[in-house]
Design a protein around this ligand. Structure first.
Ligand SMILES: Cc1cc2nc3c(=O)[nH]c(=O)nc-3n(C[C@H](O)[C@H](O)[C@H](O)COP(=O)(O)OP(=O)(O)OC[C@H]3O[C@@H](n4cnc5c(N)ncnc54)[C@H](O)[C@@H]3O)c2cc1C
Length: 324
C-alpha cells in the first residue's frame, strides 16, 4: 500500500527547488526534472515538487506512514533553511508523531556483566523492516511524561525544558509478536544505564525505525565496539550463507555473545579496531567494509577505508557515541 500526503509551500518555486535539491544532495540523492517540477526517489518513497497555477506544492508518497513522516520531516527541514514552510493537508494537530510508539518495559535482564537486555511490549511491528535502529525516548523522572506531537503544520514538536526527553539510539536485537528486545551496553553515569535499574513497568517512546539495514554482500569486513555488537549480531545473522570475510568486535570476553554467522566469515575479538581495519586487505570484486564505534575512531576509520581505495558505496563508518 502507498501512503501519500500533499503540502502547499510558502516559497517561490525557485527557492523551494534549490532548498530541496540542497537537502537531498546532502544524502547523495538526485532530483530529476519533470514537467512543471522536480522528482526524487527517497528511501523507497518519492517526493514531487510541482509549480504552476495552483502555486508551489509538494507531494510525498511512501510505502508506510513512518516513511511518509520521515519524508515530511525532511521537506520541512529543507525549507527551514530558506525561511519557508510546508503546510500539509490532513494534519491532526496534537496527535502523537506517526513514527512514535509508546511501549511498556516488560523486563530488564542482565545478560552479561556489561549488558542489560530490555524487552518492551506494544505496537512494534514496524521495527521489523526499514532500519535496524530507533531512538528510545526516556522522560525525566518525577513529572508526567510529554511526547512529540504534531503542530498545525504537521511537524513534530518536542517537549523542552524540564520535560525534555533523553533520546539515545539503539538497535533492534530481536523482535516477536508484540515485543522488541534491545541490548544496552552499561557504562558508569550514563542515563540509560541508570534508567534501566528501575525501568520495568515504565512507559517509553520508540521513534523509528531508521538507519542502516542488513547487508547482503558476498564479502564483508565488520568492525564494532560494544555499542555496535547488537548491529553486528543482526548483520552476521542476515548475511547470505556463502558470504566470506571477517568481523572484529571490541568486546570483553565475558560479554561476547554466541553469534550466528556464515562459516566463511571469521569472528575475532580485538582491543584495537583501527589496527584490525588497517590489517584487513580489501579484495577486488564485491566487498563491503562497515565500522561503528566512538565518533573520532569512526572518522579515522573512514580515512583508512578511503586510503584502501574503497568507493562510498562499499563502506560505512558510523560514530555510535562521542567521548565528552
Ligand atoms: C545507530 C546507533 C545504534 C546504536 N545501538 C546501540 C545498541 O544497540 N546498544 C548500545 O548500548 N548502544 C548503542 N548505540 C550507542 C548509544 O546510542 C550511545 O552509547 C548513547 O550515548 C547511549 O546513551 P546513554 O544514555 O547510555 O549515555 P549518555 O547519558 O548519553 O552519556 C553519558 C556519558 O557516557 C559516555 N558514553 C556514551 N556511550 C559510551 C560508551 N559506549 N562507552 C563509554 N562511554 C560512553 C558519553 O560520552 C557521556 O559522557 C547506538 C548508537 C547509534 C548511533
Amino acid at each position: 500500500m502507498t501512503e501519500s500526503i500533499a503540502a502547499r509551500i510558502t516559497l517561490p518555486a525557485e527557492a523551494a527547488a534549490s532548498a530541496l535539491r540542497r537537502h537531498l544532495a546532502f544524502y547523495e540523492i538526485e532530483c530529476e526534472e519533470i514537467a512543471g517540477g522536480l522528482r526524487a526517489t527517497v528511501w523507497g518513497g518519492t517526493l514531487r515538487l510541482l509549480w504552476g497555477d495552483g502555486g508551489v506544492r509538494v507531494i510525498a508518497e511512501a510505502p508506510d506512514m513512518t516513511m511518509l513522516f520521515a519524508l515530511q520531516e525532511g521537506v520541512a527541514h529543507a525549507l527551514d533553511h530558506e525561511g519557508g514552510t510546508a503546510i500539509w493537508e490532513q494534519v491532526t494537530e496534537g496527535a502523537l508523531a506517526p513514527n512514535l510508539s509508546l511501549v511498556r518495559v516488560e523486563s530488564v535482564t542482565q545478560i552479561s556483566p556489561g549488558y542489560r537486555r530490555i524487552r518492551v511490549v506494544g505496537d512494534v511491528e514496524r521495527f521489523e523492516a526499514n532500519g535496524l535502529h530507533f531512538r528510545v525516548l526516556i522522560p525525566p523522572d518525577g513529572i508526567a511524561p510529554e511526547w512529540p506531537r504534531l503542530d498545525a503544520n504537521g511537524r513534530a514538536r518536542w517537549p523542552e525544558g524540564a520535560a525534555e526527553l533523553h533520546r539515545p539510539a539503539f538497535t533492534t536485537r530481536a523482535l516477536g509478536d508484540g515485543w522488541l528486545d534491545f541490548d544496552v551496553f552499561l557504562h558508569e553515569g550514563a542515563r540509560t544505564t541508570e534508567w534501566s535499574k528501575t525501568a520495568v513497568g515504565k512507559t517509553v517512546g520508540l521513534i523509528g525505525p531508521g538507519g542502516g539495514w542488513l547487508i547482503e554482500d558476498s564479502w564483508v569486513a565488520l568492525f564494532g565496539d560494544e555499542t555496535a555488537l547488537p548491529a553486528i549480531a543482526r548483520m552476521l545473522a542476515g548475511l547470505p550463507r556463502e558470504a566470506q570475510g571477517c568481523a572484529y568486535l571490541k568486546v570483553a570476553e565475558c560479554d561476547m555473545q554466541d553469534l550466528a554467522h556464515p562459516p566463511g566469515v571469521r569472528l575475532a575479538r580485538t582491543d584495537d579496531l583501527l589496527s584490525a581495519l588497517l590489517r584487513t586487505e580489501a579484495p577486488t570484486g564485491p566487498r563491503r567494509f562497515w565500522f561503528a564505534a566512538e565518533k573520532s575512531e569512526a572518522t579515522r576509520a573512514r580515512e583508512l577505508m578511503k586510503a584502501k581505495g574503497l568507493a562510498k558505496t562499499e563502506m560505512v563508518a558510523a560514530g555510535y557515541w562521542s567521548r565528552d
